[in-house]
Structure formats: C-alpha cells, structure tokens
Design a protein around this ligand. Structure first.
Ligand code: MG
Length: 373
C-alpha cells in the first residue's frame, strides 16, 4: 500500500460551516449534502447543453460539460480514496467545478470577459460559480442559493488559482494568501487529466489528429503504444488507441497520487492547517507525469485547439455572444422579467452578463436568431 495523506484530510468538525446555520441531517454529513445540492442545482443540469471543447454535430460521442464533470469527479474520488482524504468534499468540488461556465466553452468565456471590460468589469467562471451557488439558485425557502459550506465555496473560488491578499475585496472572506484544503487542490489537476485525455480522444475520434501524429509527437503515448502493439498485435487500431489512452490516463492519475504524497512528505506537513499555511500547493504530479501532462497540453494546443474546425466554431460563438450582449444593452426590456427586475439595483452590463452566462449553447443560439438575426 502506497503512503496516504490521512493526516492531511480536512476534518469536517473544523469546517467554517454554512452562511445560514442548519440543523444536521440524520445520515448525511455536511460535505455529502454539499455534493447533493450541487447535483440537484439547475445550473448543474445545464452543463449537459454546454460545449466542453467540441460542439455536438460532428459526433454523438463528444464530451459535453456534464460528462466532462463526471469524469473529473471520477478522477477526484479515485485520488482522494487512494490518499485517504475526504472523498465527499472532493466529489462535491469536482461536480461543481465548472458550474459557472458560460455557453460555448472558452470562446464564450473570453467574449463575455471582453464585453465586461468595456465597462471596467470582468467575467470569470469561478466568480460566476460563486454567484450561482450564493444567489441565483432559488430552491430553499430559508435562504438564497444553496448555502454550501465555506470549504465548498472556497474550493470553487480557488478552483484554478489561489487568492492574493487584496486582489478582490469581495472575496476577502475566502482566506486570501492561504492554500485551500488538499481536497480542493486536487480538483484542478484532476480536471487537467480528465480534459487532456478526453480532448485527445475526441480529437482522434473526430479525425482532427491521426494516430501517427500522436504517436510521433507525444513521446510517452508513442512508447505506450509500442508496448500495446507488442502485447496485442492482432487488435484493431482503434482498440489499440483506446488501450494506450487508458494507460496514459492511469499513468497521470498515479503520478498525481504519488507526486502529492511525496510533496507532502518532503514539506513535512503534519495536518490540514499546515496544508493551508504552506507557501505553495502540495497537490502535484510526479516529475514523469508532469512531463507527460505538459507535452500532452502542448500537443493539444498545437494540433487540436488551433485547428481550422475549432477556430471557425470559436469565432462564430464569440460573434454571437457579442451580438446578443449588444442587443440587450440596446433593448434591456427584451430580457425575461426576473432579469429585468435586477436592473433597478445592478448595472445593465452585469445583469446582461449574468443572464447570458447562464444560457446553454442551444438556448443562446435560439435567442440569437430571435433577437439579432
Ligand atoms: Mg473542467
């Protein structure tokens, strides 16, 4: 049995709790309830109709943002279980990590941010996730939002990076300058493993990158593929691709478990408080997995994300978001009543941004055709 991080597990009794105190549940602990609240949120269900990287149409098998989220949760739980840290907190954070994503993947996010900067503001999907779970979800009679624990909200805010003190006064309560619990730190890298391997799979499936290209340009994949060929010479090429991709996936997950355990040992971290006050995040890959992950990223940037097919789709998505944003600036009355009502207390660009960010891809398309074209 490999070494565990049981001593660094975030202890539930140390939780800063919920904004609105609630009585305990008879058989679900607070992090389990956080997980369940995320799964039952409307914003969670909308992930099914939000693009991850490849828009539906070319294939029925591409990941969308919901299936991607399930893959991240699966990696996160595996890693948390192997390290004997809190699986429930990890799972809640993994399931919520993309809940604030706008339509049209990164093209949508970049365009919303560009629009907001015209008004000296900005858009960030982690900040938006916080607004969803604190305000926009209206499911409980006793409080606005989902009333998640502090650690779940902190994990959403610090999903991809830590907060610098003074960076954002509105986020001052989320312990700027301190690291989040190890459970939260693992989400970002679980996310990377899930999307890098999935994007390679989807790009190969879509015919954007031929197998030969992957074999020759990604050293670790190439080596694993050679072994696969020796072991299963008669297997179909497609099966050999998947066999190899699975092994690469396993290598990265194992590397994350090992790298995190080694870093914790070397830093002599004793408990969850040491995790917080340590000067860098303890979650990380082993050197070999780090190299394989980095070269996979570089490969995807060079061969997939900048491919003609994706660039064209991204450009069109950005134009649609920009046009719809402009339309609502000129005709704020075209937004539905609950959004119009917010115009009394918030600037129009913020109300419009929140409305568009919540849309699914097909809803944005329909709305665009209705109002703009
Ligand atoms: Mg993600």
């Amino acid at each position: 049995m490999a070494e565990t991080l049981r001593h660094l597990r975030f202890p539930l009794p140390a939780s800063h709790g919920r904004r609105y105190p609630e009585p305990p549940h008879p058989y679900r602990n607070d992090f389990q309830r956080d997980r369940d609240r995320v799964v039952h949120a409307r914003a969670f269900r909308r992930l099914e109709n939000k693009t991850q990287v490849f828009a539906p149409g070319l294939s029925d098998h591409f990941r969308n943002r919901l299936t991607h989220t399930i893959e991240v949760a699966q990696v996160g739980r595996t890693v948390a279980a192997a390290l004997e840290i809190d699986e429930d907190l990890t799972e809640a954070l993994a399931l919520g990590h993309d809940i604030g994503h706008p339509p049209f993947a990164h093209a949508g996010e970049a365009e919303l941010d560009r629009q907001m900067r015209r008004f000296g503001d900005h858009f960030d999907h982690n900040r938006h996730a916080l607004r969803i779970v604190e305000q926009f979800e209206q499911r409980y009679a006793m409080f606005p939002g989902l009333n998640l624990t502090f650690e779940a909200r902190e994990g959403l805010v610090k999903h991809s990076k830590d907060l610098v003190p003074g960076e954002d006064p509105q986020l001052a309560e989320y312990l700027p300058g301190l690291r989040p619990p190890v459970e939260a730190q693992l989400i970002d890298l679980s996310d990377e493993i899930a999307y890098n391997t999935a994007d390679l799979d989807d790009a190969h499936g879509a015919g954007i990158v031929p197998l030969e290209e992957i074999r020759s340009r990604h050293q670790h994949f190439g080596e694993l593929f050679e072994t696969t060929e020796m072991r299963f010479p008669g297997a179909a090429e497609r099966v050999k691709f998947h066999q190899t991709l699975r092994e690469l996936f396993d290598f990265l997950v194992s590397g994350l478990i090992e790298g995190t355990a080694v870093a914790a040992r070397e830093a002599k971290l004793r408990n969850h408080e040491d995790v917080r006050s340590h000067d860098v995040r303890v979650a990380g890959f082993s050197p070999a997995a780090e190299a394989a992950n980095r070269s996979l990223k570089e490969f995807l940037h060079a061969q997939v994300y900048s491919s003609e097919a994706l660039l064209a789709a991204r450009k069109r998505s950005g134009q649609m978001v920009a046009a719809l944003f402009q339309h609502y600036l000129e005709h704020p009355g075209h937004m539905p009543a609950p959004h119009r009502a917010k115009l009394d207390s918030e600037p129009a660009h913020r109300v419009i941004c929140d409305y568009i960010a919540g849309m699914t891809d097909p809803f944005l398309e329909r709305t665009y055709w209705k109002h703009v074209d």
